[in-house]
Ligand binder design. Sequence first.
Ligand code: GLC
Length: 427
Amino acid sequence: MTAPDQSKIFDLAVEVLKENDQGGYTIPTKGLYPFQWNWDSCLTALGQSHFDEARAWTEIETLFEHQWPDGMVPHIVFHVHSDGYFPGPDVWATERPVATSGITQPAVAGFAVRRLFERARDKEMAARRARALLPKIDAWHRWFYANRDPKGEGLVAILHPWEAGRDNSIDWDEAFERVPTEGVEPYTRRDTQHADPAHRPTKEQYDRYLWLVQHFRGLDWDNAKLHDASPFQVVDPGFNAILIRACADLADLAETLKEPQIAADNRARASAGLAAMQSLWSAPHGQYLCKDRITGALIDSASIGGILPVFAAIPPDNAHAIARTIEKQGKAVKFIVPSQDPADPRFEAKRYWRGPVWLVTNYMIMDGLRSVEENGVSDRIVQSSLDLITQSGFAEYYDPLTGEPCGGGRFTWTAAMVLEFLQLAKR
Ligand code: GLC
């Protein structure tokens, strides 16, 4: 595999991570996202571990300092005041000691902590810090299944598109129709002042994002009530796969650290999730699909959410089928893996999660494919990712047809993933 001037790219990536470091936490990028984001931080810690192991642990510890008493880990922690982002703390009004949002994000922490632990050079420090995080991550996983899977189906629902981390995916369009727009308080968006409006979610989508926030706020953010009260309940295979992988990784880590109860509980969550996941498989699409929990129907949208399950231990036949699907998509685009099937007429090459390539999803897909020895496709993902960096720098995301950089620049999790990919390209 050819990797372009690796040491130079390594140094540039470290520079981005350091520049966005605020002390105990890292912002995704200046301007657009001035606070701490949940899954950004966990993936960022992996990047930091290549040059400062202690700092990497701190990134995740800081996030968990803001875990709610019920176990939820919020999607944003508003550590400091900033006018640059909307909706800010007064819109969420969650009344936490340090302001946070009231929804969550993909549960990547269990995976990240296990990986930090395994690669640690300072084993004593890693054991101590992983041990302290174990019960907190376990409480978050318990929270998910208690509050987002109230009927015990084995799969959790997201109640807001922002929870999936794929804000404006085509997956949500149909179910989102059910979310009203009446009664949304007047607001001014900030994102469109930092990035091209043609690449961002639409005004109508924003109204619905805010309607849901107001609705949940009206229920005092009581997680025992939110699931059933939400007109938007979607079972996202990618979101579940990340949680399942995190449960399995936490179980392994707990065994190593001699915490048998945490190990057994998380093992059980992972196996129930994997069994239930099969109901989301679509043979015609060669991937998994989202399910609308309100109607019970699968959602006909071939997005990256249904490719991401390779990150969990799904049946190898399904993983190989997904590899073939990616290869097929790779004939239509120059850079893989697009966030929507380019053959879908709704595909938009530059609009956020409706087509562009993101390095974080590339990383998780690549990791899953390697474990079933799909080395051809996984090597191509590494190559595509490094080519994008060489061509277009550390952007938030990229046009899969041209490689053009989109969204925010000097982006933290992109830089973190580059450090991971460089490591793999060396082999
Ligand atoms: C956007 C992304 C989300 C990410 C956040 C901060 O909202 O869709 O996944 O966590 O930006 O980078």
